[in-house]
Design a protein around this ligand. Structure first.
Ligand code: PLP
Length: 477
C-alpha cells in the first residue's frame, strides 16, 4: 500500500469510523449471527494476490459487521458498559502507525515517560498518594496476577529462584470475597498456588466482605500452619458493584503483615468525583491496586492501570535483563519490561493521555455522575413497582433486580425462568443488550450503565422493554 493509497483508504476509513461512532445504534447491539457463520462466509486460504482495500472493506461490512456485538452502542448495558471514545480511537490509530515497543526506555523514551506522566495524572484524579507507582497492563486480570506474584515474592523467601515445589514451603492462602471477580481465581491457578489456596469469605446483606469472617479464616489458617499471603478486597464487584470495607481490611492486613491488593477495576474511577472520593477510603494503605480505564473511563479496550507502593517487590519478582537488552542508561531510567512478564508493550498511555486532555477531568466527572444518576432513576422505578424487586444496593451505575410479583407466589425456579425470559426478550429488541447474574441463588437482571452516549431515553427504553416483556411470560402476569 503506497502512501497515496493509504491516504485515500485512510480518509475513507476515518469517515466510516466517524459515522459509526455517531450512529452505532443503527446496528442491533447484540449480534444475530449463528456460530460458524463468519467462518463459513470467508475463504479457507489467504489470497495469493493483492486485493484492493475497497474490496476488503466491502467484505468487512458484508461479513464482519453483522458478527459484531456493538460494545460501542449506547444501548449496550450488559456486563460493564464501556466506550471506545473518539480521542481514544484516534490515539490507537496513531499508536499503530508509530508501532512503539516500549520494553526498554531507549526503545521508546516517549512511551516510557508518557506512561509515568499519564498514570500520575490518573493517580491524582482518583486521590491515591504519590507513593504509588503505576504501570499499564492490558487487563485487570493480568494486573491482579502480577499482584499475586508480588505477594508471593514478599512472603516466601527464595521463591523466584527455587519456586514452591519440593522444598519446605507451607501451604499458602489468599483471601477474597464470594463476590470477587474470577480473575483472582485464575491468578492463584496461574502462579502455582492452586485453586484450593483461595478462601472466598462470605459477604453481608450488601454483598461486602465480612471482616469478622476474614479474621476467623486467617486465624484458622495460621492455626493449621497455612501461610496467608494476600487479601483482595474489591471496590465495585462484578455482579452488584458492592464495595468491600477496605479500611477495616487494611487494618487486618497491616496487623497480619499480608499483601493487600485492591481490585478497583470498575469502581475506582468514581473516586474522581468529590462525592465518591470515599469509595477508595483505605486504598492508600494498599500494597497494590488496579483500576481499568477501559471499563468506565471511555478508553478503547485494552488499558488497565496497576499501581503499587511496593513496585520494588514487583521488580524483584520480574526484572531480568539478557545481554542483548543491556543498556548503559539502565541504572538511571525505568525499563518497563522490568515490571512484569511481558517484554514488548505497546503505546497504550497515548490513548489515556489524549482522552484526559480531550475531555478534561470536569467533563469526565460530569459523565460519571450522570451515569450514576441514571442508575438511581432506574433503581427508583424498580423500587416503586409492586411486581419488581431490587436485589442489591446501587452504589455506582449498575442496577440488579428481578421480576417478582408477590401476588402470584411463584416458586424460585419459575421466577428464575421468567427473569431469564425477560432478559432474552429485551435482548431480542436489537436496541438494548443486558445480562444477568445470580445473587443468593436468584437469577438477577443486571443493567449496567456506562457508555458515553447512553441517555435517559436509553434507560427509559430498558425499563419499558422489561415491563413489556412480562406480558409475554408464562405464567401470565
Ligand atoms: N475485576 C473486576 C471487578 C471486574 O469486573 C473485571 C471484569 O469485568 C475484572 C477484574 C477483569 O477485568 P479485565 O477484563 O480487565 O481482565
Amino acid at each position: 500500500m503506497n502512501s497515496d493509497e493509504f491516504r485515500k483508504s485512510g480518509h475513507a476509513l476515518v469517515d466510516w469510523i466517524a459515522d459509526y461512532l455517531e450512529h452505532s445504534d443503527r446496528y442491533p447491539v447484540l449480534s444475530r449471527v449463528k456460530p460458524r457463520d463468519i467462518v463459513d462466509a470467508l475463504p479457507a486460504h489467504a489470497p495469493d494476490d493483492p486485493e484492493p482495500f475497497e474490496t476488503i472493506m466491502r467484505d468487512f461490512e458484508r461479513v464482519l459487521v453483522p458478527g459484531l456485538t456493538h460494545w460501542n452502542h449506547p444501548g449496550f448495558m450488559a456486563y460493564f458498559a464501556i466506550t471506545g471514545s473518539a480521542p481514544g480511537v484516534l490515539a490507537d490509530f496513531l499508536s499503530a502507525a508509530l508501532n512503539q515497543q516500549a520494553m526498554l526506555w531507549r526503545t521508546s523514551p516517549a512511551a516510557t515517560e508518557l506512561e509515568e506522566v499519564t498514570l500520575g495524572w490518573l493517580r491524582r484524579l482518583i486521590g491515591l498518594p504519590d507513593a504509588f507507582e503505576g504501570v499499564i497492563y492490558d487487563t485487570a486480570s493480568i494486573a491482579t496476577m502480577h499482584a499475586m506474584v508480588a505477594a508471593r515474592e514478599a512472603a516466601i523467601a527464595g521463591v523466584r529462584a527455587k519456586g514452591l515445589a519440593g522444598r519446605d514451603v507451607p501451604r499458602i492462602a489468599v483471601y477474597c470475597s464470594d463476590q470477587t471477580h474470577s480473575s483472582i481465581d485464575k491468578a492463584v491457578i496461574a502462579i502455582g498456588l492452586g485453586h484450593d489456596s483461595l478462601r472466598k469469605i462470605p459477604t453481608d446483606d450488601s454483598f461486602s466482605m465480612r471482616v469478622d469472617a476474614l479474621e476467623q479464616a486467617i486465624a484458622r489458617d495460621r492455626a493449621d500452619g497455612v501461610l496467608p499471603i494476600a487479601v483482595v478486597p474489591t471496590v465495585g464487584t462484578t455482579s452488584t458493584t458492592s464495595i468491600d470495607p477496605v479500611p477495616a481490611i487494611a487494618d487486618v492486613c497491616a496487623r497480619e503483615a499480608i499483601w493487600m491488593h485492591v481490585d478497583a477495576a470498575y469502581g475506582g474511577v468514581a473516586a474522581m468525583l468529590p462525592s465518591h472520593r470515599h469509595v477508595l477510603d483505605g486504598a492508600d494503605r494498599a500494597d497494590s491496586l488496579v483500576v481499568n480505564p477501559h471499563k468506565w473511563l471511555f478508553t478503547p479496550f485494552d488499558l488497565s492501570a496497576f499501581y503499587s507502593r511496593r513496585m520494588d517487590v514487583v521488580r524483584a519478582a520480574f526484572a531480568l535483563t539478557p545481554e542483548y537488552l543491556q543498556t548503559s542508561e539502565a541504572g538511571s531510567v525505568k525499563n518497563l519490561m522490568d515490571t512484569g512478564v511481558q517484554l514488548g508493550r505497546r503505546f497504550r498511555s497515548l490513548k489515556l493521555w489524549m482522552i484526559l486532555r480531550s475531555y478534561g477531568a470536569n467533563a469526565i466527572r460530569a459523565r460519571l455522575a450522570d451515569h450514576m444518576r441514571l442508575a438511581q432513576e432506574l433503581a427508583s422505578w424498580v423500587d416503586a413497582h409492586p411486581d419488581f424487586q431490587r436485589l442489591a444496593p446501587t452504589p455506582f451505575s449498575v442496577v440488579c433486580f428481578r421480576w417478582h410479583p408477590k401476588r402470584l407466589s411463584l416458586p424460585e425456579s419459575a421466577l428464575d425462568a421468567a427473569n431469564e425470559r425477560i432478559i432474552d426478550l429485551v435482548n431480542a429488541s436489537g436496541d438494548i443488550f443486558i445480562s444477568h447474574t445470580r445473587l443468593r441463588g436468584r437469577l438477577t437482571i443486571r443493567v449496567a450503565i456506562g457508555h458515553l452516549r447512553t441517555t435517559d431515553a436509553h434507560v427509559r427504553r430498558v425499563w419499558d422493554l422489561v415491563q413489556q416483556s412480562t406480558q409475554e411470560l408464562n405464567p401470565p402476569r
